[in-house]
Design a protein around this ligand. Structure first.
Ligand SMILES: Nc1nc2c(ncn2[C@@H]2O[C@H](COP(=O)(O)OP(=O)(O)O)[C@@H](O)[C@H]2O)c(=O)[nH]1
Ligand SMILES: [Mg+2]
Length: 242
């Protein structure tokens, strides 16, 4: 492994996760000794911020809700400004197993972004209906565009190396679904190298998911739209990421 754990920032976007976040932070700190933990809350109305601080995480608060993409951009800026070479995005609800982080980080010697992917042979996480079709469609399209096989392009479990941090600190999509689909396209266009590592996704440890059934039903249409927008955007400074 090229990077040691004390070179890793774990960025946890959190929106109203007071019920579970303490447990998740404790697990991260005990299973990944030396990592820095940054929680980014943007307008949580419960005690997420207080609970996360008490659990030993550093917490940044945005004054209003920007979604996961806006929260992550702040996380990337924090990593850049503090000279931290690796940023790992990890959900605050317990779905991502911190024990997978070293396997993701290990791939950063040859890649810039490593996606923790369900459906890559690990675990039995199941998604049904429109959300599943959307995920399949997106993964197929993006695998072709990025010329690398990706089976889980909507995963929020990702490790980023220095080149990815430099790009995403300046330009990380904050629109709905932009943090997943669109960031892959903009990253690829800027010359970032992507790969995936199979992970077993767990059930939420508590709290409520931000996607409800109705949202899932319109997911396919929106995802298609988001992808079209991503491909329509002008290329950004591919030369600046050296
Ligand atoms: N900062 C921030 N985090 C969010 C927001 N929406 C969701 N999250 C966090 O993003 C992660 C994934 O959200 P979740 O609802 O579990 O989505 P799912 O796992 O795709 O169903 C969790 O840690 C949430 O707390 C948001 O608007 N702002
Ligand atoms: Mg979740």
């Amino acid at each position: 492994m090229v990077y040691s754990l004390d070179q890793v920032l774990v960025v946890m976007p959190a929106f109203n996760e007071a019920e579970v976040i303490e447990q998740v932070i404790s697990e991260v700190r005990s299973s990944l000794p030396g990592v820095r933990v940054l929680v980014v809350s943007d307008g949580s109305t419960d005690t997420t911020v207080e609970v996360a601080r008490a659990a030993g995480a550093q917490v940044l608060e945005l004054p209003f809700n920007l979604g996961v993409g806006g929260a992550m951009r702040l996380g990337f800026r924090f990593a850049l400004e503090n000279g931290i070479p690796v940023a790992v995005q990890l959900d605050s609800d317990g779905q991502h197993n911190p024990a997978n982080v070293p396997a993701l980080v290990a791939q950063l010697d040859e890649h810039d972004v490593v996606i923790g992917a369900r459906f890559a042979g690990e675990g039995d996480y199941a998604v049904r209906g429109p959300r599943r079709w959307a995920m399949r469609f997106l993964s197929g399209t993006l695998s072709r565009a990025l010329t690398t096989r990706l089976t889980d392009t909507t995963s929020g479990f990702k490790a980023h190396g220095p080149r990815a941090i430099a790009l995403y600190a300046q330009d990380f999509p904050a629109e709905y679904l932009g943090d997943t689909i669109e960031s892959l396209v903009t990253g690829h266009r800027a010359g970032l190298r992507f790969t995936q590592v199979g992970v077993a996704m767990r059930e939420r440890a508590g709290g409520t998911p931000s996607h409800n059934q109705l949202k899932s039903a319109v997911y396919l249409g929106r995802a298609f739209f988001a992808l079209t927008i991503a491909f329509l955007r002008p290329r950004r400074w591919s030369t600046a990421v050296a």
